[in-house]
Ligand binder design. Structure first.
Ligand code: NI
Length: 170
């Protein structure tokens, strides 16, 4: 097991569009284990492979309070979305310390493969739905702050660049 470095905004690699996984290999299972370890260690509830600079369509998630509901989504696709929207406060391990409201579909149905390669369908609502939509955006090279105004986004960018510079100096 290993902790993986997480890319931080505005790293341009976060805008890579991930490729579908055609065959689940041993290296994917190792990556999944490492992604879970990295996500739990960072107190996150979701991590897309994109964020650890691996550009295949793979997401790990756990929205439970006690790390009891690990979920692996390989090649996930949103099949349907409710017209009803909710606005939740989102954060992201690639945008440390920043939280802001984003509007998303309240309910979705998502199809995916699990780590055994079995086809699954999941109906998700509220927090789980929001988390899945957030992580699937990562696979498209999109970070949640891109839903915010240009003004806010630029402010966040400046703040994060300064924090990265300060961290490099110390
Ligand atoms: Ni994120």
């Amino acid at each position: 097991m290993a902790l993986l470095p997480i890319l931080s905004y505005p790293d341009p690699r976060l805008h890579t569009v991930a490729k579908p996984i055609t065959e689940i290999g041993e290296h994917h299972l190792v990556l999944i284990r490492d992604m879970f370890e990295t996500m739990y260690e960072s107190k996150g509830i979701g991590l897309a492979a994109t964020q650890v600079n691996h550009h295949e369509r793979l997401v790990v998630m756990d929205v439970s309070e006690d790390a009891s509901k690990p979920l692996v989504l390989i090649n996930p696709k949103i099949v349907s979305m409710s017209a009803e929207r909710i606005r939740g406060e989102e954060g992201c391990l690639s945008v440390p310390g920043i939280y802001d409201g984003v509007e998303r579909a309240r309910e979705i149905q998502v199809s995916f493969l699990n780590e055994k390669g079995e086809a699954k369908t999941l109906d998700a609502e509220d927090m789980l739905s929001v988390c899945i939509q957030h992580e699937l955006d990562h696979l498209e090279g999109k970070v949640f702050i891109e839903y915010l105004s240009a003004l806010k986004r630029n402010r966040i960018k400046t703040k994060l660049l300064k924090a990265q510079k300060d961290a490099a100096r110390s």
